[in-house]
Design a protein around this ligand. Structure first.
Ligand code: FDA
Length: 536
């Protein structure tokens, strides 16, 4: 009731000139005291740090929020939007805290006060075995989702990322791929409904948000551009009772260069039931695989398609799909309960990453140079190669905002790590330099990148006329992530959040496209906002 009054009395206009001093009193009228942590709260620093994966963005120089609150109810999120708009405070939303640039809890715009809505307390998973669907709250981790599904049925799974601590909210907002990507495509391809708190504080489902916005949040919403997604209904996928996994390592002396050169053609064209990814580090390439079948069935497939890798029975292990999640990401000794551990701080390391897409196999000589010239450097990082093809390539580029489907051989992620604050200059330079070196060998016009591997080096929003982010400036980074879909995303943004309340350094800018409708009875022209189908 109090919230309804708050919503009704709100003008729903973001007021940059309103006093942010009134934001906290407004919020504390709607949210229990124990969920709200202001900068002066003793627990502020620990709550802020609780899911931070990259300590690079937790330094004294990091622009901090006015407060962080741990929502446990949808009404808390609605209240934050209403209070934020009324009192000139923007929101950053955090589900799992894995954003590569920390944009779910930090800002580069010191002049814009903001608060963090932490959704880790909203994390239930409700699985319907018969319908093979689940409703999952954004604050759940992938590990919690996988575990809940497998506890209901050992024959169901969900095709999403490898790392169990990644949050569902950010992951599904940006696409999401993992070991099942060739058989089942992206996580976001399986979203059938969602609930979204929009910039007016309303809760909208698929029908309420409309076709364009529902399209947009399934892969184009990374950065919380369209609102705050509270929960997602996802379609689950079938898996056999046992799957087969292997990891085979090959050093340069053992032929890694030739094997990798071959892998580029083989891996994207293997049967859809089989994924073989490669992690290239130092002078070794590790080939990690998941097969939806037994070892007995896998071995002939490997020896007919990829004999040079030399996979044999001793490499292959059979286990349930849930066990494979723990095995592939956490190692052979991990248990399925380990994927429920949300504590990020324990293994958080300083990181810099960026990504590319490869459309034509890179020449063997180039791989040889990558090993000798780049991976052999003292502060070298690693490269993770995820093969596409299969189901991910079966949908058209415009089916979802994620456009990297047809004609893509594989995704490359360049990553580097270090441990101490104030260090990392040479590791970050390695990522930037190898990215520059790779330019001739990867996709062009645009040089594409994966939105969930966010990199602010690719460009940042500029706030322009009307206090909204500029579409033209945004194209620089936006078309790398979304190609031709960026324009449709910007139009969907104008539909749901025309005043650009939900914005950050790489949020979707609103693009208002008017259609001159007709001459009214006074001889004046009407202007109405286009939908995507009106574009031509
Ligand atoms: P976080 O909470 O930081 O949010 C990320 C972005 O989404 C922020 O801009 C945030 O505001 C926004 N957001 C979060 N919740 C939202 C909500 N409910 N509504 C609207 N906006 C919201 N990717 C992949 O495809 N496959 C993989 O295997 C991996 N593996 C992986 C491992 C590790 C260690 C890291 C750090 C990252 C990955 N990723 C990945 C990338 C990952 O998918 C990406 O960083 C996600 O955005 C993380 O989602 P979180 O909710 O954890 O992040």
């Amino acid at each position: 009731m109090a919230l309804a009054m708050l919503a009704i009395s709100s003008f729903f206009l973001f007021s940059a000139h309103a006093s942010s001093d009134d934001f906290l009193p407004c919020l504390s009228r709607a949210i229990p005291e124990q969920l709200l942590f202001t900068r002066s709260s003793p627990s502020f620093a620990s709550v802020l740090a609780s899911s931070v994966r990259n300590p690079r963005f937790l330094t004294p120089a990091t622009v901090r929020p006015l407060c962080i609150f741990t929502a446990t109810n949808a009404s808390h999120v609605q209240a934050a939007v209403v209070c934020g708009r009324r009192h000139g405070v923007r929101l950053r939303v955090r589900s799992g805290g894995h954003d590569y640039e920390g944009l779910s809890y930090r800002s580069l715009r010191a002049e814009e006060p903001f608060a963090v809505v932490d959704l880790a307390g909203l994390r239930s998973v409700r699985v319907k075995q018969r319908a093979a669907t689940a409703w999952v709250d954004s604050g759940a981790t992938l590990g919690e989702l996988y575990y809940a599904i497998a506890k209901v049925s050992g024959r169901l799974a969900f095709p999403a990322g490898l790392c169990p601590t990644v949050g569902v909210g950010g992951h599904l907002s940006g696409g999401g791929f993992g070991m099942l990507l060739r058989k089942h495509g992206l996580a976001t391809d399986h979203v059938v409904d969602a609930t979204l708190v929009d910039a007016e504080g309303r809760i909208l489902d698929r029908n309420g948000m409309g076709r364009d916005v529902f399209w947009a949040i399934r892969g184009g919403g990374v950065g919380g551009s369209f609102g705050i997604v509270l929960s997602w209904q996802v379609k689950l996928v079938p898996v056999p009772p046992k799957v087969a996994v292997f990891t085979v390592q090959r050093s340069v002396e053992q032929g890694a260069v030739d094997i990798l050169a071959k892998w580029q053609e083989v891996a994207p064209a293997l049967p859809d039931d089989l994924l073989v990814r490669a992690v290239v580090h130092g002078q070794v390439a590790s080939f990690q695989s998941l097969y939806l079948g037994t070892c007995e069935a896998l071995l002939p497939v490997m020896s007919s398609h990829f004999p040079v890798l030399g996979v044999n029975r001793t490499h292959c292990n059979e286990m349930t799909w849930l066990e494979s999640v723990a095995y592939v990401y956490l190692g052979a000794h991990a248990t399925v309960e380990d994927i429920l551990n949300r504590t990020a701080a324990e293994d958080a390391v300083f990181t810099k990453a960026t990504s590319d897409y490869v459309q034509q196999a890179i020449a063997r000589e180039v791989w040889a140079e990558i090993f000798t010239g780049w991976l052999a450097k003292p502060d070298a990082g690693l490269m993770i190669l995820e093969p596409y093809g299969g189901k991910i390539a079966a949908l058209p580029e415009s089916a979802t905002p994620f456009p990297h489907r047809n004609g893509v051989l594989y995704n490359i992620q360049y990553m580097n790590f270090w441990e101490g604050a104030g260090e990392g200059a040479s590791q970050m330079a390695w990522v930037r330099d190898v990215y520059a070196f790779m330019e001739p060998h990867v996709s062009k016009n645009p040089r594409a990148a994966y939105g969930n591997y966010r990199d602010l080096d690719l460009g940042m929003n500029v706030v322009g006329d009307g206090d909204t982010t500029s579409y033209e400036t945004g194209r620089k980074w936006g078309e790398k992530y979304y190609k031709g879909n960026f324009k449709r995303l910007a139009m969907a943004k104008a539909e749901i959040d025309p005043e650009d309340y939900f914005r950050n350094e790489q949020s979707i800018p609103p693009l208002r496209m008017c259609l001159i409708e007709r001459i009214n009875k006074y001889g004046m022209e009407f202007c109405r906002l286009c939908r995507w189908d009106d574009k031509d």
